[in-house]
Design a protein around this ligand. Structure first.
Ligand SMILES: *Cc1c(COP(=O)(O)O)cnc(C)c1O
Length: 404
């Protein structure tokens, strides 16, 4: 026991304190102008994020969820269609596929990165899907596969080249769920560096307050290369309306608020610094766990597969997730010692009650199921102090020393 040090999983108050004056002044300015939805603050934020993400276009959205839904709608993916994605992600990824009217087709994850496994994807295409006479890829229920929707989970980019190879072979666009990976980098086989979301046809991001770039409420963004797609998204986010009260298509209210855009744009200037701090915490975790002989044994630390590709943001550690067999007991032990942790995610999506109609059962995606039982997120927010991190490691070491 080391006294009563508290280590929350995340503390946003420490992040806000040094930006308080600037952010409140900007909000006061918007209040004086009575600018609320879309408008110059959103346009300015979109331009800053397009530049940061390395995308030609950025379109502010009301949430990360709506960003995904709007992209599916813009690509006219709906009834009779299917989208391949991972069952080990936040619900919105597959929820949006269903809401668009399409069938989510799940593909298991790589046990070291927790991201969509390209080998499992190849198996899925060869064994669970078939090519129809018209050349399209179909599910058993006859739905036509229209896209692959990988998630860059916890701030680490997927193996995009491997996924894109399979996508290309079948003429499928890759839509990136980059809600946890804004700023994460990937170097492709030709040496070109992409920021998460800029590799595929579209990237979807979230400004939910707990994300690495969070607003003061809900918000999101889509980035894309194609001008026509960007135009569709701008129309769709405003009820399909181009000219006032004339609707050529049916969209939704997916608009971003001015206050969210202003907060996000101010915070964006700090993002690389925060990512560097998260990465340095991850390095310290590795060093300290190793000194206790805990790296790779009872405790599997996050994989960093892109660390040797000359990238700065090869991982942005939106979450710092370890794998342990006795997860629930360790979590209880940490809670007793004032340490906050999180479980992302306790039940994979193929086993969610709302997806029972897809007909999956336990055992269908064993790596996703094992991850759901064994993963634990430890505190890694940028302002985490060295002694807090040491307390986390020492408390975990004591758990194992006591004979887990
Ligand atoms: C947060 C998140 C979303 C949804 O974003 P919201 O802004 O909360 O709607 C989608 N996908 C993933 C992987 C997420 O983490």
């Amino acid at each position: 026991m080391q006294g009563s040090m508290q280590v929350p999983l995340l503390d946003l108050r420490e992040q806000f304190a040094p930006m308080r004056t600037e952010i409140l002044a900007r909000i006061a300015d918007l209040a004086d102008r009575q600018e609320f939805v879309l408008g110059p603050a959103v346009e300015s934020c979109e331009a800053a994020l397009a530049a940061y993400c390395g995308a030609a276009h950025a379109i502010g959205m009301s949430s990360g969820t709506d960003a995904i839904l709007a992209v599916l709608m813009a690509l006219e993916i709906g009834s009779g269609d299917a989208v391949i994605t991972t069952p080990y992600t936040f619900f919105a990824t597959a929820g949006c596929v269903h809401r668009a009217g399409a069938e989510p087709v799940f593909c298991d994850i790589d046990p070291t990165t927790f991201n969509l496994d390209p080998a499992a994807l190849a198996d899925l295409v060869e064994q669970r899907l078939h090519r129809a006479p018209d050349g399209s890829l179909r599910t058993r229920s006859g739905n036509r596969v229209r896209a692959i929707l990988p998630v860059h989970l916890f701030g680490l980019c997927c193996d995009l080249d491997a996924i894109a190879r399979i996508a290309c072979a079948h003429g499928l666009p890759v839509i990136e769920d980059a809600a946890q990976a804004l700023g994460a980098e990937y170097r492709d086989a030709r040496g070109e560096i992409f920021r998460a979301g800029a590799y595929g046809v579209a990237g979807c991001y979230s400004f939910y307050p707990t994300k690495n770039l969070g607003g003061f409420g809900d918000g999101g963004l889509v980035t894309c290369r194609d001008e026509a797609l960007a135009r569709s998204l701008r129309i769709l986010r405003n009820h399909g309306m181009e000219e006032r009260y004339l609707h050529h298509c049916i969209g939704g209210n997916f608009r971003l608020d001015a206050i969210q855009a202003a907060v996000v744009e101010i915070k964006l200037r700090h993002l690389d610094g925060w990512s560097a701090a998260r990465r340095s915490h991850a390095a310290l975790y590795r060093q300290r766990f190793a000194s206790h002989g805990l790296d790779g044994g009872a405790l599997m630390l996050p994989a960093e597969p892109w660390a040797d590709r000359g990238l700065v943001n090869h991982h942005i550690f939106n979450q710092y997730v370890v794998r342990v067999e006795e997860r629930d007991r360790l979590q209880a032990h940490l809670r007793q010692h004032g340490i906050g942790t999180g479980i992302y995610y306790p039940l994979p999506l193929h086993l969610q009650p709302c997806f029972a109609s897809l007909g999956h059962q336990a055992g269908d995606f064993p790596e996703s199921e094992r991850a759901a039982r064994e993963t634990l997120a430890l505190p890694v927010y940028p302002e985490l102090r060295g002694e807090q991190l040491a307390h986390v490691v020492d408390t975990i070491a004591a758990f194992y020393k006591a004979g887990a």
